[in-house]
Structure formats: C-alpha cells, structure tokens
Design a protein around this ligand. Sequence first.
Ligand code: COA
Length: 162
Amino acid sequence: MHEGSADTKPIAIRRARLNDVPAIVATEQNAESAAHWTVEQYKNLVDRGVVLIAEQAGKLCGFICAQVVAGEWEIENVVVASEFLRRGIASELIGALIQRAREERASSVLLEVRESNLGARRLYEKHAFGVVGRRRLYYKVPEEDAILYALRFGQLIRAEKC
Ligand SMILES: CC(C)(COP(=O)(O)OP(=O)(O)OC[C@H]1O[C@@H](n2cnc3c(N)ncnc32)[C@H](O)[C@@H]1OP(=O)(O)O)[C@@H](O)C(=O)NCCC(=O)NCCS
C-alpha cells in the first residue's frame, strides 16, 4: 500500500511494543478530537489489549487500540498524525484490527465517538459499523453526546451468505 515517491514510502502496520508508547502518546496529544489516555493506560493496552501502529521508515504515522472483554473488542482510540491524514491510514488500521478480531472469533467490535466527529463517523460507517445507541452528554469539555457503533460478526456472516 501507499508505495511510490519519497513522501509515500511504504507504510507498514504492526503490533505495538512498549517502546512505541512515547510516540503513541505524542501523536494522540496532538489530535484534539482523540480520546486522551495516560502512558500507563497505553502500556496496559499494549500488554493486555490490542494496539496496532502504522509506520513509515520507522516514524509512527498512526495507531489504533482496543480492549478485549469476553469476545467483545472495544476500540478506544484511532489517531493519525496530521501530516498523514486522508491517505487511507486509518482505514488500513481499522481493516487490520477487524481482520484480527475475526481471526480471534470476536463476537463484535464496538466503539463510541463524539456526535460531531463526522470524519471519524464516516470512517467507521465505511467499515460497516452501524449506530446502536447514544449516550447523552457522555463527553465533557465540551459536553456532547456519544454515538455508539457496533460491527457484529454474526450479522456480517449472514449478510455475506445472502
Ligand atoms: C479520524 C481519523 C483517524 C481519520 O484518519 P485518516 O487516516 O485521515 O482517514 P482515512 O484517510 O483512512 O479515511 C478513510 C475514510 O474516512 C472518512 N474520513 C476520514 N477523515 C475524514 C474527514 N476529515 N472528513 C470526512 N470524512 C473523513 C472518509 O470516508 C475516508 O474515505 P475517503 O478518503 O475515501 O473519502 C483522523 O482524522 C484523526 O486522527 N482524527 C483525530 C483523532 C480522532 O478524532 N479519532 C477518532 C475518535 S477517537
């Protein structure tokens, strides 16, 4: 993917290691609309959850992280560095996460997002996530509803058979 001229050197996706956490946190802190987590929380996710990173020539361009509880994968954050936006990187990260979830026989992938975050919502909808609910005033500063999305693998398998 994304091969070619100097500024589009190959971008690789791999599982994060603990020493990727500083770059993950730096990328997240530069993204205002991202969820904001501590270094310790990211370390825990690298150890016990799923954290995938996209990197180009050793530089982190974006990441996605999820917790796994009883077969339900919950995406906690997906962030792409500003200089890499709109190049399909978030799409690649979500695609890779969904593939892993399927391979590990997850029942669903869930997430919540600010109602006004239309870019992220389009991204999720493009990957077949459907709206399953709303949490009133879930976010603070500024206050805003969360929209809940789910991708249920049972439904997908049924849809594929039609
Ligand atoms: C949301 C985010 C991860 C998208 O990353 P990205 O790598 O630019 O996204 P992609 O290039 O893979 O886009 C895939 C699709 O998502 C949608 N999309 C992404 N950004 C969009 C935007 N700003 N406006 C409208 N649609 C957008 C489009 O449908 C796009 O497909 P297209 O390019 O064919 O139109 C990125 O904007 C980001 O890091 N935002 C800050 C953090 C954040 O809000 N994360 C989500 C909530 S936790």
